[in-house]
Design a protein around this ligand. Structure first.
Ligand code: SF4
Ligand code: SF4
Length: 219
């Protein structure tokens, strides 16, 4: 299945309306140790690779090679995901900051908002796994992205595919090994991906006690 691309101006509008994280949320992410950066898969929406490549001033081909891998679903649908293995290619390891902050993938920007699919209905919820969910101000702020998401023409088939792995945690070392040293855009089948889940997720730095020393986020 090939999904209809979401037009660039819709992505542009979304990023103008919802700024996502700020210094305060960044402090919380540092406290957390970047748990989602080491366990989760970042999937791009239809048309999003074209949008981000344009914002970066590079060709879509170059963007795919440098930043993306492909997930091939059982019905041959291809989904583009941020490179699987080690760390996201946009994460600056020195500063620990995202280098595509103003045009990062929509489903990165809205996290801890995640979704479930029931019949033909998409439900957006806050992922309690994420430390940002522990602050009321954060929850309320991230929930403001939900009406904006509902305005994006995201095909229901896209949600149906992504929900099959989106809430799971993966073993990034195994993902890296699976690529066999290849740094170009690598194709993973859904079956291969699901076999590389983490059996145990380290909880040392995850969303347990929320330190009071972290400032209440302001937006
Ligand atoms: S899991 Fe939540 S708190 Fe932790 S790094 Fe990711 S977004 Fe930040
Ligand atoms: S694009 Fe940015 S926010 Fe998304 S996983 Fe990469 S570093 Fe994190």
């Amino acid at each position: 299945m090939i999904f209809k691309k979401i037009p660039m101006n819709r992505f542009e509008g979304f990023h103008k309306m919802f700024s996502g994280s700020n210094e305060n949320t960044f402090n919380i992410c540092q406290e957390c140790g970047g748990a989602c950066e080491r366990n989760k898969i970042g999937t791009l929406l239809p048309g999003e690779k074209e949008y981000i490549a344009k914002k970066m001033g590079i060709s879509v081909y170059e963007f795919e090679v440098r930043y993306l891998d492909i997930l091939k679903m059982d019905d041959e649908t291809q989904l583009y995901v941020l490179k699987l293995g080690k760390l996201c290619p946009f994460l600056n390891e020195e500063t620990e900051k995202c280098e595509c902050r103003n045009f990062k993938p929509v489903f990165c920007k809205i996290y801890p908002v995640v979704f479930t699919v029931e019949d033909n209905k998409i439900n957006f919820i806050i992922d309690d796994w994420c430390k940002l969910s522990r602050k009321r101000a954060c929850r309320i702020y991230f929930e403001t992205s939900i009406p904006l998401l509902l305005r994006l023409p995201i095909p229901i088939g896209w949600f149906r595919h992504v929900v099959s792995y989106d809430n799971l945690c993966f073993d990034y070392e195994q993902l890296e090994k699976h690529k066999n040293g290849k740094n170009r855009c690598v194709v993973f089948s859904l079956e291969e991906l699901l076999s590389l889940q983490k059996t145990e997720v380290e909880t040392v730095n995850l969303c347990i006690d929320f330190g009071e020393e972290v400032e209440e986020p302001l937006f």
